[in-house]
Design a protein around this ligand. Structure first.
Ligand code: UT7
Length: 345
């Protein structure tokens, strides 16, 4: 059976650091509240002029360099914040990476985007449609946040993380294991942007301004996130024919440190096994697992031969998990320069 094998990893983050105190300067919140409820101390937000596509191109370039290639057969971009509602962001990203002509499409599973994107890439390879795929989770999530909504503005952030996959064998290091995915559309209202889509447009009425921003019912989401991430992680290990004792490192979507800790505890993992960067990256939605893989690899926190367990949860609702043995590779990560338009102001 053909497997999809990770051969390169890269990440790109915006230059602008936003601290909790920066937010407390204009919102009714505090560094203490944000740290204790989320584990976040600072996050990166794009400056005006920088988009999801810009982050995706930079991360994609680094993942290609990490894999030692300059072209793939297909590009997948997982994002909640495409450069435009139409067309998809992936074709332009592919062209900017010098790959006009290749298969290119977007995936939207909000914070589960990285795992849904991975499944899409694995599927392209398994079906023989591609020998190599560049899968990029990328978000300029700050662009959809209501600046006055303290319940979301303190959590979400921007960045891009990318992996290169190639066709290979299931017993190779880097081979992506069975991917467990799920959804529950009856709870779609818990995480949403109400306006801007066909449901609102076809009503022929103007939506209130706040309906154009991202909205989340955090407390309810929290409960579902812990349950679904833990259950799908367990299922992914069973499908791979493994037990929790086989896990070396736990790489959860960086929703909130309390969620990562609660899921780790449910799975019987010890805190030292959990890899995290939410304290300085915030929740970068579809990008978070990719950014975390790249950063932890660059920092020497992930070692070749370690078995990783990945799990995520997001709007839809959606969730998923998978496992792989970390391959020997050199990951790359960069901080993008400020866009010219932001430097000018
Ligand atoms: O990425 C995947 C999808 N997203 C998630 O997984 C996020 C899941 N949810 C969460 O991480 C947490 O629910 C939050 C971090 C969003 C909120 O933490 P919480 O402990 O669930 O707080 P809460 O929503 O229950 O709010 C507690 C209180 C409320 O005040 P009252 O009603 O108790 O008076 C909120 O109004 O905290 C208030 N609050 C804040 N206070 C200061 C909400 N946001 C803030 C804030 N600063 N930023």
């Amino acid at each position: 059976m053909t497997a999809a094998v990770v051969t390169g990893v890269g990440a790109a983050i915006p230059p602008r650091v936003v601290t909790n105190d920066d937010l407390a300067g204009y919102l009714d919140t505090s560094d203490e509240w944000i740290r204790s409820r989320t584990g976040i101390a600072s996050r990166r937000w794009v400056d005006p002029g920088m988009s999801t596509g810009d982050l995706a191109v930079a991360a994609g370039e680094l993942a290609l360099r990490s894999a030692g290639i300059d072209r793939v057969d297909a590009v997948v971009v997982a994002t909640t914040t495409p450069d435009r509602l139409c067309p998809a962001t992936a074709p332009e990203v592919a062209t900017r990476l010098g790959m006009t002509g290749v298969s290119a499409h977007d995936v939207n599973a909000v914070c589960t985007g990285f795992l849904y994107g991975l499944a899409s890439a694995v599927g392209l390879i398994a079906a023989g449609n591609a020998q190599t795929v560049l899968m990029i989770g990328a978000e300029a999530f700050s662009t959809i946040l209501d600046p006055q909504d303290r319940s979301t503005a303190v959590i979400f952030a921007d960045g891009a993380g990318a992996v290169v996959l190639r066709a290979g064998s299931p017993d190779e290091p880097g081979a992506v294991g069975p991917i467990v995915l799920g959804s529950d559309g009856s709870l779609s209202d818990l995480i949403q942007i109400p306006a801007g889509g066909s449901r609102q447009r076809s009503a022929g009425t103007l939506a209130p301004p706040e309906d154009h921003f991202f909205q989340m019912r955090g407390r309810e989401v929290y409960r579902h996130a812990v349950e679904r991430m833990a259950a799908s992680a367990q299922e992914a290990m069973v499908k791979a024919g493994l037990s929790m004792a086989d896990v070396d490192k736990f790489v959860p979507h960086q929703a909130n440190n309390r969620i990562s800790v609660a899921v780790g505890e449910r799975l019987g993992l010890v805190p030292a096994q959990t890899v995290s960067n939410v304290d300085h990256m915030g929740n970068t939605a579809a990008a978070s697992i990719g950014v975390l893989l790249a950063e932890a690899s660059v920092d020497g926190e992930l070692h070749a031969g370690e078995r990783l367990l990945l799990t995520a949860f997001g709007g839809g609702l959606t969730w998923g998990a998978t496992t792989l043995v970390w391959p020997a590779l050199t990951a790359h990560m960069t901080v993008l320069p400020r866009p010219v338009s932001a430097v000018a102001v």
